[in-house]
Design a protein around this ligand. Structure first.
Ligand code: DGL
Length: 251
């Protein structure tokens, strides 16, 4: 079984891609809504929460874990891999597949938007430097929470377009390096200058999962959340309404 981990509803954008490529593979998803948002947490806090989340998934039978959270991937998973000089076959994170997608497109003028924790980690900046590219980065510190809290569309539009405005003309590609952000991709489209490409890493991450997972099964989706949320339930129904799924609130 595949395990997918995020602070809340953001990882659903990654699961959507995984499920479309592997519709018969059972997935256990953990959204840690009680401790969200992760993007304003320290690396120490993210370390504890990520280990707890991964353990919850593996204790219940997940054999391949997807860190569908950039804040956890950039602060914990990648530094741990780099520090130990290992690439575990059974953990997929967000940064590597994103960098891979741009390895042949170094001349792009990239603006990467993410949480504060992801930008502060410096992992994306270093990784793009490593492939001979450069990026501008912009933290959108309140956006993931605003999305979870169903903030009105005009308020989200103002939040995004005001933050992006000073960068207009300086980028041709916008990377959504927070898995919550594709939930408002339409708003991003309205906020960027014409011709700017918006890149969601989810598809590349899902392809990485396909390359690593060797199971089959019922295709059942089991969602665990540490706090109940109407927004989460609505997004699951929207994305996976035609699939067999359950949602349980766990401690
Ligand atoms: N979706 C997560 C990310 O990609 C976490 C966002 C948050 O909880 O702040 O970083």
């Amino acid at each position: 079984m595949i395990g997918v981990f995020d602070s809340g509803s953001g990882g659903l954008t990654v699961l959507r891609e995984i499920h479309s490529l592997l519709p018969h593979t059972p997935v256990l998803y953990f959204g840690d809504l009680k401790n969200a948002p992760y993007g304003s947490r320290s690396p120490e806090e993210l370390g504890v929460l990520t280990v707890q989340g991964f353990k919850k998934l593996s204790d219940q039978g997940a054999t391949l874990i997807v860190s569908a959270c950039n804040s956890a991937s950039a602060n914990i998973v990648v530094p741990l891999f780099e520090g130990l000089c290992i690439r575990p076959e059974n953990i997929i994170e967000m940064v590597g597949p994103t960098i891979k997608a741009f390895a042949e497109k170094k001349n792009k003028k990239i603006l990467l938007v993410a949480t504060e924790a992801t930008i502060r980690s410096g992992v994306y900046q270093q990784a793009f430097h490593g492939i001979g590219g450069a990026i501008q980065t912009l933290a959108l510190p309140h956006l993931a929470r605003a999305i979870e809290e169903k903030t009105s569309a005009p308020a989200v539009l103002a939040m995004i377009s005001e933050a992006l405005a000073p960068y207009n003309g300086s980028y041709d590609t916008l990377i959504l390096a927070c898995t919550h952000f594709p939930l408002v991709e339409e708003v991003f489209k309205r906020s960027v200058p014409e011709g700017v490409e918006i890149f969601d890493p989810a598809e590349g991450v899902a392809k990485e999962v396909v390359g690593h997972y060797r199971g089959q099964g019922s295709g059942k989706l089991q969602f665990l959340i540490s706090k109940d949320s109407d927004f989460f339930r609505a997004k699951v129904a929207e994305f996976f309404g035609n699939s067999d799924y359950t949602i349980d609130v766990v401690s």
